[in-house]
Design a protein around this ligand. Structure first.
Ligand SMILES: [Zn+2]
Length: 369
């Protein structure tokens, strides 16, 4: 019995000391030690009841009385009881510790499950996206929408490419419009087949120009390819030049094919006699910007075409952001006329809404012979 007590007492002391330790101490190694010593204790107790106890009497004093054996058995039983009690106490201590750990742990444990650590990388990601665009300043401008494209100042043509990464072509495109049309190759160009008919229309002041949206059913055919007229609008002065010469205005008739490819017919406008179709548009000018006014009459787009249908043609781009390329340009050689009063009406709304001339970059220009 004394032997067991000698083993058990320091163990209990160690346990009680450990129970008072803060939970931050190495709990696992301590409990592993406990488990080891506990199993050692119970192991030695049961071992003493079997092999050890049997070997001792057999080896040393074979004359050991049955009474002594009974006493030893009783001692072993008491030791077993004690070991069981210790094991019980141990489990209580362990349980208390686990509960204490659970009470103090909740803060650190759910943290990884909360959103912040997940959200943080997203914030970082979007920041890096801004930086990955056309530069941080350009990204900020575009994101906050503080600077809209225009024809002058901060939003002017030289900054279009920087206002939004989607406008990159405005800066780096090699087939941009408008151009100064010169040195064209004179060939027998197929005439543009115009298939226009009187159509419903609406007029909108979109903040950049006056635009006329056309009802369906107006087509051109170029080299066997069909394009439908979507809208036309005006620029002052004309965006395109011919041999360096600029015109008072230009009308751009924007056509689209089934695949969304664009063909723009440009009709140059000179100062001269009043034009009935232009007057028809001016008569329907909306009072508010960005609010289209549906006209009660129809418009026949044949009326805007010059008598002679010779033209220049080259591949270019939209002349407004995003400056998308792959646009087929068809510039009528013969200008039409509008009156000084009609010019004044437009210039009161848009005194200057023309993009500057762009590099030709060796593009081929063809013109009717
Ligand atoms: Zn235009």
């Amino acid at each position: 019995m004394r032997r067991y007590l000698a083993l058990l007492v320091p163990m209990l002391l160690a346990l009680s000391a450990q129970a008072n330790d803060p939970p931050s101490k190495p709990i696992k190694s301590a409990s592993a030690k406990e488990e080891a010593s506990a199993s050692a204790a119970s192991g030695s107790a049961s071992a003493s009841a079997s092999t050890k106890e049997e070997r001792k009497p057999g080896a040393k004093e074979s004359k050991e009385s049955a009474k002594e054996a009974a006493v030893r058995a009783k001692e072993a039983l008491a030791a077993d009881e004690l070991a069981a009690r210790i094991a019980e106490r141990l489990s209580v201590i362990r349980k208390e510790k686990d509960e204490a750990a659970a009470r103090s742990a909740p803060k650190p444990v759910p943290r990884p499950a909360y959103a912040p650590p997940v959200r943080r990388p997203e914030v970082v990601k979007s920041k890096s996206d801004h930086g990955g665009g056309n530069g941080a300043a350009a990204g900020t401008l575009a994101v906050h929408g503080q600077v809209h494209w225009s024809y002058q100042g901060e939003g002017g043509p030289l900054n279009w490419g920087k206002l939004n990464p989607a406008n990159a072509k405005c800066d780096i495109g090699e087939r941009q419009s408008p151009i100064d049309i010169r040195d064209g190759i004179k060939v027998d160009l197929d005439p543009i087949a115009f298939d226009y008919k009187p159509s419903r229309f609406s007029v909108v002041d979109n903040g950049h120009t006056i635009q006329v949206n056309m009802g369906a059913g107006n087509y051109i055919n170029v080299l066997g390819h069909n394009y439908e007229l979507a809208q036309f609008h005006f620029h002052k002065p004309s965006e395109e030049r011919v041999n360096g010469k600029s015109f008072e205005m230009v009308a751009h008739l924007v056509h689209k094919d089934a695949d969304g490819k664009l063909a723009v017919v440009a009709v140059l406008i000179e100062r001269g006699k009043a034009h009935s179709l232009v007057q028809h548009v001016w008569n329907n000018l909306p009072l508010e910007k960005n609010e289209p006014v549906q006209a009660l009459t129809t418009m026949d787009m044949n009326d805007i075409l010059p008598v002679k249908r010779d033209y220049y043609t080259y591949m270019g781009s939209l002349t407004t952001p995003p400056c998308s390329e792959g646009v087929l340009w068809l510039v009528m050689k013969e200008p039409i006329e509008i009156s000084p009063d009609q010019l004044t009406i437009f210039s009161r709304l848009y005194p200057m809404n023309a993009r500057p001339i762009q590099k030709n970059s060796g593009r081929l220009i063809k013109e009717s012979n």
